[in-house]
Design a protein around this ligand. Sequence first.
Ligand SMILES: *Cc1c(COP(=O)(O)O)cnc(C)c1O
Length: 365
Amino acid sequence: MGAGTVTIVSTEDHRIATRLVTLGRQAKTPGAGLNAPLELTSTYHAGGAVNYARAGNPTWTAFEDALGSLEGGDALVFASGLAACAAVLSLVPAGGVVVAPASSYNGVVATLEDGSAAGHLEARFVDVADDAATDRALSGADLLWFESPTNPLLDVVDIADLAARAHAAGALVAVDNTFATPLLQTPLDDGVDIVVHSVTKYLSGHSDVILGATVTRDGPLRDRLQRHRLLGGAIAGPVEVWLALRGLRTMGLRFDRACANAAELAGRLAAHPQVERVRYPGFGAMISIEVAGGVPAADAVTTGVELWVHSTSLGGVESQLERRRGQALEPETTPVNLLRLSVGIEDVEDLWADLDRALTSSANG
Ligand SMILES: *Cc1c(COP(=O)(O)O)cnc(C)c1O
């Protein structure tokens, strides 16, 4: 293309690394800003499509257009990943049945347990690797909820197969795609009804916002989720959404680097004498390790590292680790000596030197 030629092409024609840069941009109107506006207003002049900012905001729309395109559906932004989860659970009728793996994200397990205890729903926790047990649990179910890979055991399931079996039983299927991100898998293409994200993690990528999202191709489901957001009222702030959109711009680079670092570290950790087991699905940037020497040794690693950050959460540019059972809500399916590693974008040799030293000295602690 010659200099000075402007060709408008559908951004949908481009590959994903390009679309991460272009999606949700303003139209190429002379004088318009490149970036979506950060619109701080609670209300709008009457007569437009949206009259009040609990119902919509142009910053939300820009982010939703971008994420919807990446996942191949219609996205809605929520105040957190768990707010998005609560919206999905609002689709379950009173007394309805929700099936989920026992090793799901701890906030989801706790939400389902509380809902069960209060009599709002019946939670059935199941080992989804066991087909017969899963089919039994799915009988009469309203919703199947799962992650792949799971947090923090990093188990992987056949999403299309599980979705088909849930649909045969008449259940809706929701998949939390936080760990894989649309760069590695798009569950809607596997027949899943709703994708859920903790946008807090890789999508925004800088450990500076809490945000969530749902994505679906089903118009009536989308409308029900949107109505839950409107009336539930716990909406996202436009500043957070603007930051998430900004984070998306570099996601291709960030995630490529983090995944390459993780692949290298997973191999080296497998050969480390202080590591009993490495859980790494072969893709993504999360690794869980079980440390020899139990809880004291695992805790010694968390206090022994200097470059790695000892903190909960994941998906930021900085490498983070934590012993998950140190979290009050963590289910007992998580081994006590398991450290969850969120590999960041630093130089892999620095990451390894720090981790290797902390692991080695944990043997003496
Ligand atoms: C963090 C996380 C959540 C919860 O998201 P928040 O943004 O913290 O509310 C849900 N699922 C997974 C897999 C997560 O890692």
